[in-house]
Design a protein around this ligand. Structure first.
Ligand SMILES: NC(=O)c1ccc[n+]([C@@H]2O[C@H](COP(=O)([O-])OP(=O)(O)OC[C@H]3O[C@@H](n4cnc5c(N)ncnc54)[C@H](O)[C@@H]3O)[C@@H](O)[C@H]2O)c1
Length: 272
């Protein structure tokens, strides 16, 4: 049911924190993960590691998903090499993280958010996902058995960021760090893309689902971790490998009747 032998699955943002985990997850069940990210060397090295560790073929390539010609070219390369593409995981995004020092990288208050940052965040998170679907969707739909598209949204596609989590003592109100508005808009937008795509190639057996993960623990500032943990019924942030099961489920025939779903996987944060 979970078998993914020789399924060619493209993962955007493939060399970040979670991209390699998605790739490992599908590789463990026999798929050929294709890691697209900005840095060619990193992507190639990551693919080589996964190929060796899981005994599968794997591809790593520099593909900037905001550039349509790069997506088209990379797709042609995959078709020449494998003759098909079976899945797409839209995972790349500008993801403003809390550092060990408690800074929110890329934090910009709404009043100060420039059009340039807005456009850049949309370009990666929304336009990039659209372009990947535009170019890979038709190819996936040509498989007799269709395929699976997974959009990585966020718990912040379901609920608003609780800006109290990011507050810093002694910082004036108008300079308090925040999760930028673009994150909420991108993640909610991906849910719209999911519903649209779920119906678009449904007759050709292309399923599309969104997952809404909660925050992963990655050495963030202790004060932040304590505060966010209180908002999560399970009482902890996610481990880096805790989304693997859902990825395999959605990529495989185990979820053959699941289409257009928006699945929260957040320790219960969005129900509290
Ligand atoms: N880490 C979390 O706690 C968490 C929680 C919920 C949702 N998410 C979502 O999961 C996804 C992955 O998160 P992450 O923590 O691995 O983020 P990350 O920042 O570590 O990785 C994102 C990757 O996307 C790549 N990228 C950026 N612009 C690109 C472009 N134009 N073309 C191709 N690649 C590009 C980056 O180089 C980076 O490797 C994101 O969509 C994020 O919003 C993450």
């Amino acid at each position: 049911m979970f078998d993914l032998t020789n399924k060619v699955i493209v993962i955007t943002g493939g060399t970040g924190l979670l991209g390699p985990k998605h790739a490992e997850a599908v590789a463990e069940f026999g798929a050929i993960p294709v890691l697209w990210d900005l840095d060619a060397k990193k992507a190639e090295e990551m693919a080589a590691r996964i190929a060796k560790e899981y005994g599968v073929d794997a591809v790593g390539a520099a593909v900037d998903i905001t550039q349509e010609d790069q997506i088209e070219q990379a797709k042609e390369g995959l078709l020449q090499r494998f003759g098909k593409i079976d899945g797409l995981i839209n995972n790349a995004a500008n993801n403003p993280k809390v550092s060990a020092e408690g800074q929110v990288q890329g934090s910009t208050r709404l009043e100060q958010l420039g059009l340039e940052q807005w456009n850049q965040d949309m370009a990666v998170g929304i336009t990039g996902a659209f372009l990947c679907v535009k170019h890979l969707g038709p190819t996936i739909s040509q498989n007799p058995e269709g395929g699976s598209i997974i959009n990585i949204a966020s718990d912040l596609g379901l609920i608003a960021p609780d800006q109290r989590l990011y507050r810093k003592e002694g910082v004036p109100e108008e300079e308090q760090p925040v999760k930028p508005v673009t994150y909420s808009v991108v993640k909610t937008g991906l849910i719209g893309l999911t519903r649209y795509v779920a119906t678009y190639w449904a007759e050709k057996r292309v399923r599309c689902n969104a997952i809404c993960p909660g925050g992963v623990y990655a050495g963030q500032d202790e004060n932040f971790v304590q505060k966010v943990t209180k908002l999560i019924p399970l009482g902890r942030m996610a481990r880096q490998d805790e989304y693997k099961g859902l990825i395999v489920f959605l990529a495989s025939e185990a979820s053959s009747y699941m289409n257009g779903a928006v699945l929260s996987i957040d320790g219960g944060r969005s129900v509290w």
